[in-house]
Structures are given as C-alpha cells and as structure tokens.
Design a protein around this ligand. Structure first.
Ligand code: SF4
Length: 815
C-alpha cells in the first residue's frame, strides 16, 4: 500500500506527464497533485460510480473536472501496472473480499463513530459485526454557554492559568482541546511554559502532553541536516547560509564576535546575490578562515558528486550519509533526551526515503533533496514524555476519552462546525448529491454537535470558550453552543503579564550616554569623514556603527546597488579628468571629440572595473543600460563644465589626506580639487544620489560635514561644491566667493540666504567649521553615544532595533 507521500508523488508524476504530453500548464502542479489525491480518495470512499455516463457528463461541464478525469484514468493505470494500491483501494478490497459470507465473525463496537463513509461501512460489514454506540443525551449534559474572551491570547492565557492551578492543587486529569490545533498550539504552549516557568533552563520539565507532534523538518536538528545537504547544490540561500554558521548541530558555529566567519558572511552578503554560490563561499573562507572545516566539506562534496547526475534513491541515501558523517552531524556534544529521540528517527527517515523508489526510481540531486525534505515534512515527531495530568488534544484525539475537567478552546463559527469547502476537481452537484462531508453545512453542524455532546458527557467539569477578535476582525461564536457570556474584562494577556512581573521586579534605570573613550595612538586614523556625519546625525548611530561595528547585512540586490553605480560614475569621472586637465583643453574639444573621449573612458571602466561577481549577478543587459545612462550624464556634465565662466585646472583626483580634529586623526579622500583663476582651491564632491542644500554645512552639528572637513584639510581654499550628477538635474551646489561657476552670487548674499550674518568672512566660515567639527570629533573620542537623532536621521537608519527609538520609555508603557 502506498504511503500518503508516495501517493502524492505518483499523482505529481501523472500530472507532469500529462502537462508534457498536452501542453496543458499549471502554476502549482504539487498543489494540484494533493487536491487530485484528495478527490480520488473521497470519490472512492463515497462509492461514486465515476464510470457511469450520468456522472461523467457532470465532469464534462467543467474543464478542470474534465482534466481530472483524464488524470484519474492515468493514475489508475499506473497503480495496476505497478501492483500498488492506496488506502481507499484497500478498503474497497476489504468490502469486496468475503462478500459472499453471510456471517462475519468478530463483533466491533464503534464509539462516537458518526461520520463513517459508505465504503468504510461496507468494508466493516463484510469483515466484522459492527455496532455503533453513541453518548446518550441527558438533561445535565446540555452544553454550557461559551465564555467570551477578547482575543486568542487572552483565551489561551486564561486556559493555561486554569490548567496550571488544577495541576498545582492535584485536582485530577485535565484536558484542553483546541478547535484549531495548528494555529493555537504554539501560543498555548508558550502560555503554559510561562505559567510553569519552563521557558529556558527547565524547558523539558513542562508537565503537559501534546497529542500532536511537529514535523521533523521543523526541528533545529533536522533543519541543520537539510541545510548541510543542500550545500551540495551549487548555491544556498541566505537564510540557509546563516543557519549553517549558527546551528549547534553543525561544527561551524561562530565562536566570538571576532570570528572570521562573520567577515566571510559579511562579504558574501555584500555580493548582493539572493543565492550564494559554493565557489564564492569557498573563496572567502580560504581568504579569511583557511582552517574552517567547511572548506574540506565543500571539496569532498565536489568529489562525491563528480560524474553523478541521476542516481537511485539508495545511492543518494549512501551519499547523504557519507556527507553527514563528514559534517559530523549532529555535532553537539551530549544530546538531551528530546534531541536523542529525534536523532533516533534518522534510520526510519532514510528507510521512508528509499521506499519512494517505487514511484521515483532515479532522480537528480535537487529532486532527491526535495524528496528527503518531503519525508521529513511528513514525519511527525511526538516526544515520549512522562504521563502527566494535563493533556492538550485536538477534537479527534479527545473523542471517546474521559477526564475530570475539560476545556474546549476556540469555539468560533469558522472552526466549529467550520466553513463548507468544495473540492476543486469534482462537480459541485456531485458533492451535494453524495453529501460529501466538507460540502454539506448541515452534516458538519450535526457532527460538531454530536462530538461536543460526547465531550460533555465524558467530563465531570466542562468549559468552553471563544474569542471575539482576530487581528481586529470580529469573529462569531459557534452555533453549536446555546449562548455566550459578555466579553471577559481581561486586558491583553501579554501586557498583563509584563505589568505583573514589572510590579514584582524593581527596575533601576541608569542614564549613561557614554561608551568607552577612544585610546587612539598618535596619527592612527579612526576612519573617514562619515564618522563626523554620523556623530552629527545621531551620536548613538556613530558609536554603534564605528565603535562596536554593528550593521545590518547587505540586502539582496536586483541590478547594481546605489553604491556600485556611484563607484562606477566616480571611476569614469576620475579617468575623464585625467585626460582633460583644464578648462582650455575642455573647450578645445569638438562635440565629436568629447563624445569619443567619454565613450573610450566608459569602454575602459565598464570593461575593467567591474568584478566578475557583479557581472554574473546583474547580467550584460543591465550593464549596457548603466553604461548608456552614465554616458549621457557624464557628457551633459562636461557640457555644463564647459559653460563655467572662470578658468580652472584639475589639480587632484581621489586624493587621500589626513585631518587632525579633537585629538583624533581622520582619513579623507577628496573626489576632486580645482585650482581657480585666482590660484585658490575649490573642493568638489560628486553626488550621484540625493543631496541637500548648503545649509547642511552649518550649525553646531552640521548634517553633512564632509566638504567642510575637506576644506579644513587644504590650504588656500576659496570654496566648496557638490557636483550633483543626477540625470535631468545637473548642477553645482556651492559656497564661496568668485568660484567661476555660473549664476554665482557674492559670498555675503549666499550667507544671508542661509540665515548667517552677511559680513561673515570666508576665514570665519572656516573657523566655524573647525570649531563644530572639533566638537563632533571630541564627542566621538569621548565615547558620547546618546540616542539623539537630528530630524530625518532615523528615516533610513537600520539601527532602530538596537536603539529602540520607536519604543516608548518604560515609564510610559501601558499598565
Ligand atoms: S534609528 Fe535614529 S535614534 Fe536610532 S540609531 Fe538610528 S538615527 Fe539614532
């Protein structure tokens, strides 16, 4: 008999073959396979005569249903050819075998079995004498009114408190039944752990049994197994890579914040690729962490996979085992009891994996890994725990059991009885005619009523509850219950708990805006001018970024990142101003000459300056487009420079220099310095992205102190300017007198426009900058790290999770 996974894979194969043969296409063949599997099972169990003309005619009215009939025929043929059967086929066989015997032997009592499908009843009738026993309805077992809670969390918290109180008082068996086990289990478990204080150290001491386990693939141990094996593919995604480096079940866990693995991760993420190739991982490991065991693992993988494309599942099994041995999985010393139970399932997992050979004889590596993941998804891990007084069950598991006290949670109308759902590949008329359970609201309601009556009759104490709002959307109580109470006046559980704990624990608040001061050796650079900008924007930002070096990993990039585009533009301009060094040369060039010069520079830069990784990631078409945009911007910019009305000579490009401020040394790289007709200097910074106004250079904490810092690093400076190189908006934003730029106002008017005294001289401007920047440098050196952002400093800052600027102060948190 096929397992559910084998059956689904066979359906998938049938559907994929049909798609290949007919050109019919589906967005999600896997989902279609699951739905088709469900439909065939229901048709068989309800003994629908699919071969009847009248039934087939109904299927013919809908193209999806019609297609399903074709698949159904192919699937049945595949079963016969392979001598396989599904669970429903086996029931059919049981119903057929022995049909001639009039007196089956054993007697079987069916307790609470009110929704048996016709095929099951037929099979039972042929094999045994079945008697149905239902709970009798008595006046004292009438269902009580529902208790109403405002939210799911409030309801589950109250239930957890009730169960914990009963347990502490030794009041006998307690059961909690969750109408929606999938959604509520994790929240209830958390609430129970909080009640029993089993969140951390005493994690395994929770005195609760959950009837439903979790898929093995969701356990950290098996997730690490999948991540490790997925590295055999040519690339891994970012989350898998992080898991490889952090899982305690693999030998790569980062050992300290100084770990070279952090540098490797940082550099891999900086590539901007959504999937990271093994060759890149190996390259950066060899560079920064040459003793990493991952290098030999990657080499071993290459060797193992050489020349192997399609293999049988048995061969993939052996290879996976060898790789896991090489990884040393699970690398953790001393597995605890839960982990040991999980590890113990490995042989069964691989047995199930190999058994899929009946439907997938030979597959490629990626499919073998998908199959292994499917097996792990389908293998539910239910830890063996001590017998305890508290049970958490789903409605099906609780049926027929008896308890001292019983609480039914989540009795909303959408869960009890639920919402009717038509199967996608079976005509609706047929589903109604045969009373398919999921299509018939009346039978769903009746089934829920009988189930709950059974629970009520089997418990001494019985409670039931629901919650009124889910994500702000109003819910409705289950119609199975006679009425419901007014909402419980309970504030949100999590805040309640926090405030209760807060009341018990005195909190000392220590205001300390200073980190450790810098002990810089003379002349040792602490970094670039970006430190001053960040210190001005928000001291905490500068401290976190520059002193403890925390930043978010680079995000994935589609195309070139803004930094990569800026770097290319800078490189092109560097080269252009190496070939044209003054205004006379610029004016001497004809338009054709200018165009040829820019084209030549672009060919050189785009041919030589782009790393292979970036080329592979963005593709040739994207680079061509970028080259075209850069060509237009640079050409237009040179035309603008040609219209400058003063003489100039480019005397420096990308010049490195040092600046001493407030006892610290900063390293600067100035994009360009022009000597003007007066012999004085103009400091220029290229800006391809957003740029502010000249007011950003002033104030006690200038928002953009980069150009002022450049000005302080050079003698005989007459002005500073941003060269704004944005397509359609090219201009100089400058400050200074007689700079030879177009439409230039006298310095006094420029200063007045900025709200500064017009009589201020240029040397006073420079002095002002020296004072402001010295203060910023001194603050940084002293470790001043207050969370004190300037307006808009937080807009694009990725440190909000660290500084908690959006979180209200503790004293203002709701009680
Ligand atoms: S988010 Fe705002 S307050 Fe927080 S570090 Fe960044 S700039 Fe400072």
């Amino acid at each position: 008999m096929l397992t559910a996974l084998e059956e689904r894979l066979l359906w998938q194969e049938v559907i994929e073959r049909d798609m290949a043969a007919t050109g019919f296409s589906l967005l999600q063949p896997t989902a279609a396979a699951s739905e088709a599997m469900r439909c065939r099972d229901v048709l068989l169990r309800h003994e629908v005569p699919v071969d009847d003309f009248s039934v087939r005619r109904l299927f013919g009215w809908d193209s999806d249903c019609q297609r399903f009939l074709t698949w159904l025929e192919h699937f049945d043929t595949a079963l016969i050819q392979s001598h396989l059967a599904t669970q429903a086929d086996c029931l059919r066989a049981c119903a057929d075998v022995g049909s001639s015997e009039s007196n089956p032997g054993e007697t079987v009592d069916l307790f609470h079995c009110y929704d048996l499908q016709p095929l099951v009843i037929a099979a039972l009738d042929r094999q045994v004498q079945a008697r149905s026993i239902s709970p009798t309805e008595q006046p004292e077992t009438a269902l009580p009114p529902l208790t109403t809670f405002p939210t799911r969390q409030a309801e589950l918290a109250e239930v957890a408190r009730w169960a914990a109180d009963r347990h502490r008082a030794g009041k006998g068996t307690t059961v909690i039944v969750l109408a929606d086990m999938a959604s509520d289990r994790a929240l209830l478990e958390y609430a129970l752990r909080a009640e029993f204080d089993c969140l951390d150290a005493r994690y395994n001491e929770l005195p609760v049994n959950f009837s439903l386990g979790m898929p093995l693939s969701a356990t950290p141990m098996y997730r690490s197994l999948l991540c490790a094996l997925r590295l055999m593919l040519t690339s891994v995604d970012r989350s898998d890579l992080l898991f490889l480096f952090t899982s305690p079940f693999l030998p790569l866990a980062c050992r300290s914040e100084e770990s070279p693995q952090l540098l490797v991760i940082q550099q891999l993420f900086a590539l901007g690729k959504p999937n990271l190739e093994c060759t890149d991982i190996r390259h950066y490991l060899a560079k920064h962490d040459p003793t990493s065991p991952l290098i030999s693992i990657i080499d071993r993988q290459r060797e193992e996979l050489r020349g192997r494309v399609q293999l049988g599942l048995g061969e993939w099994h052996s290879l996976f085992r060898r790789m896991l041995e090489h990884w040393g999985w699970p690398a953790r010393d001393g597995l605890d009891s839960l982990e040991f139970q999980q590890f113990d399932r490995l042989d069964n997992v691989f047995d199930d994996f190999e058994s899929l050979a009946s439907v997938r004889p030979e597959v490629a590596l990626s499919e073998a890994l998908n199959l292994l993941e499917s097996v792990l998804n389908d293998t539910v891990f239910q830890p063996k725990t001590e017998a305890t007084a508290i049970q958490v069950l789903g409605p099906r598991e609780a049926t027929g059991l008896t308890f001292d006290a019983f609480w039914f949670c989540g009795a909303r109308s959408t869960a009890v009885p639920g919402v009717p759902r038509l199967l996608g590949f079976i005509p609706a008329a047929l589903q109604n005619q045969y009373h398919f359970p999921t299509a018939d609201y009346a039978s769903m309601l009746q089934k829920s009523e009988v189930t709950l009556q059974g629970f009520r009759a089997a418990s001494i104490e019985f409670y039931a509850s629901w919650y009124q709002f889910e994500d702000g959307v109003e819910q409705y109580p289950s119609p199975v219950f006679p009425s419901c109470s007014t909402p419980q006046d309970i504030p949100d559980y999590w805040l309640l708990r926090t405030s209760a704990q807060r009341a018990e624990i005195p909190i000392d608040i220590l205001e300390d805006d200073y980190g450790i001061p810098i002990d810089a050796e003379d002349g040792t650079s602490v970094g670039g001018s970006a430190i001053l900008r960040e210190q001005a924007e928000c001291p905490f930002k500068a401290w976190v970024r520059r002193r403890i070096a925390v930043s978010a990993p680079e995000p994935e990039q589609l195309g070139l990142s803004p930094i990569e585009r800026g770097n290319l533009l800078h490189a092109v301009l560097y080269e252009v101003w190496g070939r044209i060094i003054n205004r006379d040369q610029l004016l001497a060039l004809s338009m054709d000459g200018l165009e040829n010069l820019v084209r030549g520079v672009l060919d050189q830069i785009f041919g030589e300056h782009i790393h292979q990784d970036v080329r592979r990631r963005v593709g040739a078409a994207c680079l061509e487009l970028e080259a075209l945009c850069t060509y237009r911007v640079v050409l237009d910019w040179l035309l603008l420079e040609r219209s400058r009305n003063g003489d100039f000579q480019v005397v420096s490009r990308e010049d490195s220099r040092r600046l001493d401020l407030g006892g610290l040394t900063f390293s600067l790289r100035v994009d360009r310095i022009d000597r003007l007709a007066s012999g004085e200097m103009l400091m220029i910074d290229y800006k391809s992205g957003g740029v502010g106004s000249a007011s950003y250079w002033f104030g006690e904490r200038p928002s953009d102190p980069q150009l002022p810092a450049y000005a302080l690093s050079q003698d005989r400076v007459q002005g500073i300017a941003w060269a704004r190189l944005k397509a359609g908006d090219l201009k100089f934003i400058a400050l200074g007198g007689e700079l030879g730029l177009n439409a230039e106002k006298p310095l006094s008017k420029q200063l007045a426009a900025l709200g500064l005294p017009p009589e201020t001289t240029w040397s006073q401007v420079l002095e002002g900058w020296r004072d402001a920047l010295t203060n910023l440098a001194a603050e940084f050196g002293e470790g001043y790290a207050a969370v004190d952002p300037q307006p808009r400093a937080c807009d694009f800052c990725d440190l909000q999770g660290v500084c908690r600027i959006r979180q209200p102060p503790l004293s203002e948190m709701p009680s």
